[in-house]
Design a protein around this ligand. Structure first.
Ligand code: TMP
Ligand code: ASP
Length: 237
């Protein structure tokens, strides 16, 4: 048993607590919902539970397939015990089908298959509006080494392959998702979360969004979408 101590960091959807073991943190998944760098705000009952449960399930599945993650175990419906990692402020975005910002910033139509998958790197910074970066810019800022970024790209593609296969078995498409990584004992591991906040999930038959896009773009009943994706991924929920 670990003992929860003071808050280390409070983000837009999760709070990180120190514990009596300095190598471990508790990530509490909250019910708050934000979009567009926090400019749009809301909250949704049970969202913390659903996102925590989906993330835990996916982290376990990835660990079983040899992908290193920060996940240790769940302590409650919303509290996840994780290894304390040194977070790299780079968002690795993997796209399989064009949706979202790529269709707004470039002449690429929504729904266009992206084969092979497109990987983009963003600098994680609300202050700067998460601008797209590349290896050279990350190195100049001193936030990551070239070799680390190469490992992150390789792991991201492996995660993509595993997630596509898993979600296909649930009748879901994975247009895109975002990963974050950290350093743990000199090794790069997956961190943060993998949930309806950080992935686009489309129903294979109808193309309906079952993710945060329902909140971002007022596409319908946000509560229903989060409940439905949790049920599809974790029928026991
Ligand atoms: P985008 O199309 O808005 O750039 O989003 C690409 C993917 O990244 C999508 O699955 C949602 C996810 N994402 C985050 O997890 N955090 C963010 O801050 C943003 C903008 C997107
Ligand atoms: N995660 C970002 C925010 O909460 C942006 C997004 O997901 O659209 O503001």
């Amino acid at each position: 048993m670990v003992i929860k101590k003071e808050i280390q960091y409070s983000g837009k959807a999760k709070t990180l607590y120190r514990t009596d073991d300095e190598t471990k943190l508790i990530a509490e998944f909250r019910d708050s919902l934000t979009a567009f760098d926090g400019k749009k705000k809301g909250s949704l009952e049970h969202k913390g539970h659903y996102n925590a449960a989906i993330s835990a399930h996916i982290f376990k599945l990835l660990e079983e397939e040899g992908v290193p993650t920060h996940f240790e175990c769940m302590l409650s419906d919303t509290m996840m015990l994780v290894n304390a990692v040194d977070i790299i402020p780079v968002e690795v975005i993997v796209r399989n089908i064009a949706a979202g910002s790529i269709t707004r910033k470039y002449p690429i139509k929504e729904g266009t298959p992206l084969v092979p998958p497109v990987i983009a790197l963003d600098y994680k910074s609300d202050e700067y509006g998460d601008p797209m970066i590349n290896e050279d810019i990350a190195c100049v800022m001193g936030i990551a080494e070239r070799e680390e970024l190469a490992v992150m790209r390789k792991i991201a593609l492996e995660v993509n392959k595993l997630l596509i296969e898993f979600l296909d078995s649930k009748g879901l498409l994975l247009p895109d998702f975002k990963l974050e990584f950290g350093r743990l004992n000199g090794k790069i591991v997956l961190a943060d979360e993998i949930s309806a906040d950080t992935c686009r999930f489309w129903d294979k038959k109808t193309g309906k969004s079952l993710d945060k896009d329902v909140f971002r773009f007022d596409k319908g009943d946000v509560g229903r979408a989060y409940y439905e994706i949790a049920q599809r991924i974790l029928p026991e929920i």
